[in-house]
Ligand binder design. Structure first.
Ligand SMILES: [Zn+2]
Length: 487
């Protein structure tokens, strides 16, 4: 056969395959269809007033936690506030207090059914700077409750305690044991949650599911997708603090040698930023995120990509970091350089200089593999690596499991118009400590966090909308009732 004819056939064959793949992608997109979301805050004024008042009282009691300075007495004072607001819970449930951490046990009907736990931390971060309303005033104004902890995450504690309070008053007895858990060390990464976990370990209790913060009701989650979504956190990335050290024999700064420690650190940092040594991968969780958002995407080309990551993943994963830092963080281990030190004198070349890096480990390149990779990379610049602190990523919530189904069903019931968005949590929560006793940690707070609320967490003018509280209480009531239908 003529050579050119042969090449032509091959090219036509490739084109035909590409066309068929494109068509399959198009069919997938059509079959998924398009959807709209809707969401409204509650307008039930009586409930709004009651719940706002309770949350305000909780905000007014300052519960800042400080590293290295445990203060269980302060938190015992907060438990008194809770007792005054939720008297039935404290009357009917068994109270377990562990160094300021609080666990309430609500006995269920069926002892053979694994218990569930609802958790939210009591502690908050300090409140600095100029606030619109004093940070511990719990001011109720402009349809919001203002103050440190209103959004992160006393609203969580408030809404599940209120749910239990109302169900108890209705005479309700849950199907399984229900625990309300609340650590006082979350913001300092302390040992509060591990102490609660130990309580279960010592008694050989495994939990069916855990509900914590980490996701919430959010708006317009990625470019091209508008609407209201329930962001359900599936797992947390691991966490690492590493130190990269450059050594030399010093020298005089008037006759500087080449490649001094500071220069080697700088070259290393610039090289990491230019091309990350970590591998990107579109995991099944990330695929689930985009697949679930696809029907709500108004841009056909983008919708096509979201539905067809199986086909376009290799291209998308390399483009993602250019589009959004958040999206990129879902695909790979990340590193951020945080602290740096050289010598103590303006005219002294350091014998030792270091930079610290904060890493967040992705499951496909876990703690050990990521640490080795970055240490090998640093060695090319003559740097030694020291691991200061490192915790692994958590187990992922099973998208086909019953706890996930119960969560999604409950969201559909209470927030019928919102889209579901499973996603990867890039920050850290208390639930990471529960992996040993619980396979299904659901990171979802049923409250609305718009851009203003997200900005206020750990920042200025933290607040939460009053109208988001009644449905959040309903969500927890429904979630507790949903345990009746468990297989
Ligand atoms: Zn928090």
């Amino acid at each position: 056969m003529d050579f050119f004819l042969y090449v032509l056939y091959v090219l036509l064959g490739i084109l035909a395959i590409l066309f068929v793949l494109f068509l399959i992608g198009l069919i997938r997109m059509w079959s998924i269809g398009t959807k709209e979301t809707y969401f409204e805050l509650s307008t039930d004024q009586a409930r709004i007033d009651e719940y706002s008042e309770k949350l305000s009282k909780m905000v007014q009691y300052e519960t800042v936690s400080y590293r290295g300075a445990p203060d269980p007495e302060k938190f015992r004072g907060f438990h008194k506030v809770l007792e005054s607001l939720f008297p039935t819970v404290f009357l009917k449930l068994e109270k377990i207090e562990i160094d300021g951490n609080l666990l309430m046990k609500w006995k269920g009907k069926n002892p053979d059914l694994q218990p569930i736990i609802l958790i939210s931390h009591q502690d908050v971060v300090p409140a600095e700077g100029e606030w619109k309303y004093p940070p511990f005033s719990g001011t109720i104004a402009d349809g919001k409750i203002w103050g440190r902890g209103a959004a992160d995450i006393k609203c969580g504690v408030m809404t599940f305690y209120q749910a239990a309070e109302e169900l108890l008053k209705e005479g309700y007895v849950p199907e399984c044991d229900v625990y309300l858990g609340s650590s006082c060390t979350e913001e300092i990464g302390g040992d509060g949650a591990p102490k609660i976990v130990n309580y279960f370990k010592e008694r050989g209790i495994r939990l069916f599911m855990l509900c914590d913060e980490g996701g919430s009701l959010v708006q317009n989650p990625v470019a091209g997708v508008k609407g209201n979504f329930a962001a359900i956190g599936l797992f947390e990335k691991g966490y690492g603090d590493l130190k990269f050290i450059a050594r030399s024999h010093g020298g005089h700064s008037s006759t500087p040698p080449k490649n001094t420690p500071i220069v080697r650190l700088a070259k290393f940092e610039a090289a990491v930023e230019k091309k990350s040594p970590f591998t990107r991968k579109i995991s099944k969780e990330v695929n689930a995120t985009f697949l679930s958002l696809a029907p709500y995407c108004k841009k056909p080309a983008l919708r096509y990509i979201m539905c067809n990551l199986w086909l376009l993943g290799p291209i998308v994963k390399d483009l993602m970091p250019a589009i959004s830092a958040e999206a990129a963080a879902m695909l790979q281990t990340t590193i951020a350089f945080t602290m740096q030190k050289g010598s103590d004198g303006y005219n002294v070349i350091p014998q030792e200089a270091y930079v610290t890096g904060n890493l967040r480990y992705i499951p496909h390149e876990p703690r050990e593999a990521s640490n080795k990779k970055i240490a090998d990379f640093a060695a090319k610049f003559g740097l030694e690596t020291e691991v200061i602190y490192a915790t692994p990523h958590t187990k992922a919530l099973d998208l086909n499991g019953e706890p996930y189904r119960i969560t999604v069903d409950t969201i559909h019931k209470i927030f019928p118009g919102v889209g579901i968005m499973p996603y990867v949590v890039t920050g850290g929560t208390d639930s990471r400590f529960f992996n040993d006793i619980c396979d299904s940690c659901v990171r979802f707070s049923p409250v609305n966090f718009g851009p203003e609320q997200l900005k206020g967490m750990h920042g200025l003018n933290e607040n939460i909308e009053q109208g988001t509280l009644p449905p959040a209480v309903d969500y927890f009531k429904e979630l507790i009732r949903a345990q009746e239908g468990r297989k």
